[in-house]
Design a protein around this ligand. Structure first.
Ligand code: AMP
Length: 428
C-alpha cells in the first residue's frame, strides 16, 4: 500500500516521503479514503498509530480541491473573508501544538498554503485574536479558548465543513462536555465529522452517536502500531535508591534525552532538583507551569539544551519528541492505559525505544496488574550495586494479583496498611 494509491495529491505524497512515512499505517489506510469521500469517521485509535496524519492528509487534500474549485468560480461568489473550513478540537495545549506542527509540515508543498491558527488557553488571548484577523482556513483549538474567541467575535465557525474531535475520551475526562455541546450548537448542520478516541466509555459513545452520521468505523489495535520497537524493562529497586539508579542508567545507557514520569507535581520538582544537583541538566514539567514555561521545557529538550524532563502524566499524551531514546517510570502509572501512553513517547516513528519501570516493593503488585491487563510478562531485573533491600515475596505478589487486583475484597493486614500509608506519603 502506498500513499498515492489512497488518492492523495502528488504534493501531499511528496510531503509524506520527506518525513520518512514510507507506507501508510493501518489507520491511515482505512481513514484516508473515507475522509476523502466526505464520510463521517469513528476511529478507535491510540496515540502512536499515526492518527494525526490519518485526518490531516485527507483534510489537506480536501482543502486543495476546494481552493481549486474557488479559483475557477466567479470572483463575486468567493467568500469575502476566509471562513474557518476545518475545526480540530483537542483536549490539551500540547496536543494542539503537536497537531498544528503536523499540519504545517504536511502542507509545506501545497501550491496555496492554508491559513492555520492554533488557539488554546493559559496564554494571552490577544495574539490569538490578531492571528485570526481576516479569518483562517484551519483552526486547531481547545474548547474553552475557542468559545472565548467566539464570544469576543474573533472568529466564526458557522461555515465549518469538517470537524475533528481528537482524543475525544480525554476531552470528556477533562470535563469539556458542556463546551462541546455549546460548540455543536453553533456549528452548521451540514458538515463532515471525524471522531478519534482511544477508548469509548458510555459518555463518549453516546456523544459519538449524537455527532456522527453513518460513520465509517475503524478499530485499530490498542497497542500503537508505529512504535512496536520498545524494549520494556522492569527494574526492582528500593524507593529511596531510585534517583541513584536513574543517574546510573542515564550514564550507562548513554541516553541523550530521557523523559521521566512521576506521580505528582511535587515529585517532578523534587526529582529534577536532585538531578540538577548531581550535575544533570534536568527540568520539571507539569500542569502548574505557565504555558510559556511548558513550551520552553519541550523546546529545550528537543534542542538538547536539557537532557532530562521529569514530568507528570500531563506529558504522557500529545507530546512528540523525535529521537527520545528512553522513558522512565520513576513512579508507576495509575493504569494500563496511562502506561501505554507513557511508553508510547519513546520509539516514535519506527525508532527504537527503551521504557524502564522502577518496581518498588510497595508497587510490585500494582505493576503485575498492569502487565496482566496488557498481557505482558516483563522480566524483573536488578542493577548490580543497587539490589533492593525491601523485598516482597513472589507468593505474596501472586496472592494479591490473583483476586483480580489489589487488596480489594480482603481485609487489609497491618502490613498492607503500612504500605498504603508509605505509598501515600511518597506521593505527597
Ligand atoms: P500519532 O499517532 O499521530 O501521534 O503519530 C505518531 C508518530 O508517527 C508521529 O511521530 C508521526 O510523525 C509518525 N507517523 C505518522 N504516520 C506515519 C507513517 N505512515 N510512517 C511512519 N511514521 C508515521
Amino acid at each position: 500500500m502506498t500513499f498515492s494509491s489512497l488518492g492523495l495529491s502528488d504534493q501531499l505524497v511528496a510531503a509524506t516521503l520527506e518525513h520518512d512515512y514510507v507506507a501508510p499505517t493501518p489507520i491511515q489506510t482505512a481513514a484516508i479514503p473515507a475522509i476523502l469521500a466526505g464520510s463521517d469517521v469513528r476511529a478507535c485509535a491510540q496515540t502512536g498509530s499515526g492518527k494525526t496524519a490519518a485526518f490531516v492528509l485527507p483534510l489537506l487534500a480536501r482543502y486543495q480541491a476546494y481552493r481549486l474549485e474557488l479559483s475557477t468560480c466567479d470572483i463575486d461568489l468567493r467568500p469575502k473573508q476566509k471562513a474557518v473550513q476545518t475545526l480540530i478540537l483537542v483536549p490539551t495545549r500540547e496536543l494542539a501544538v503537536q497537531v498544528a506542527e503536523t499540519i504545517r509540515k504536511l502542507a509545506k508543498r501545497l501550491p496555496e498554503l492554508p491559513k492555520l491558527v492554533c488557539v488554546y488557553g493559559g496564554v494571552s488571548i490577544n495574539p490569538q485574536m490578531m492571528a485570526l484577523r481576516g479569518g483562517a482556513d484551519i483552526v486547531v483549538a481547545t474548547p474553552g479558548r475557542l468559545l472565548d474567541l467566539i464570544d469576543q467575535r474573533a472568529l466564526k465557525i458557522n461555515a465549518v465543513r469538517s470537524l475533528v474531535l481528537d482524543e475525544a475520551d480525554r476531552l470528556f475526562d477533562l470535563g469539556f462536555s458542556a463546551e462541546l455541546n455549546r460548540i455543536l450548537e453553533i456549528l452548521p448542520r451540514q458538515r463532515q465529522n471525524l471522531f478519534f478516541s482511544a477508548t469509548f466509555s458510555a459518555a463518549v459513545q453516546a456523544f459519538s452517536e449524537l455527532l456522527l452520521q453513518q460513520p465509517v468505523r475503524i478499530e485499530i489495535e490498542a497497542t500503537p502500531v508505529v512504535a512496536p520497537d520498545i524494549w520494556q524493562r522492569a527494574i526492582e529497586v528500593d524507593e529511596a535508591a531510585r534517583t541513584s539508579v536513574l543517574r546510573h542508567l542515564i550514564k550507562e545507557r548513554g541516553w541523550q534525552r530521557v523523559l521521566v514520569f512521576v506521580a505528582t507535581q511535587y515529585a517532578a520538582e523534587h526529582v529534577a532538583t536532585k538531578l540538577k544537583r548531581a550535575g544533570i541538566k534536568a527540568e520539571a514539567f507539569h500542569g502548574n507551569f505557565e504555558q510559556g514555561k511548558r513550551n520552553q521545557v519541550i523546546s529545550d529538550i528537543k534542542a538538547s539544551r536539557i537532557q532530562v524532563v521529569v514530568a507528570t502524566d500531563l506529558a504522557a499524551r500529545g507530546i512528540d519528541i523525535a529521537q527520545l531514546p528512553a522513558v522512565v517510570n520513576y513512579d508507576l502509572p495509575r493504569s494500563s492505559t496511562d502506561y501505554t501512553h507513557r511508553i508510547g513517547r519513546t520509539g516514535r516513528a519506527g525508532e527504537r525505544g527503551e521504557a524502564v519501570s522502577f518496581i518498588t516493593a510497595d508497587f510490585a503488585a500494582h505493576f503485575q496488574r498492569i502487565e496482566k491487563q496488557l498481557k505482558l510478562n516483563i522480566e524483573r531485573e536488578q542493577i548490580a550495586g543497587f539490589e533492593p533491600k525491601d523485598k516482597i515475596s513472589v507468593a505474596e505478589i501472586n496472592l494479591v494479583a490473583a483476586d483480580g487486583g489489589g487488596i480489594k475484597g480482603k481485609r487489609k493486614s497491618k502490613k498492607d496498611k503500612l504500605r498504603e500509608a508509605a505509598a501515600l506519603a511518597a506521593k505527597e
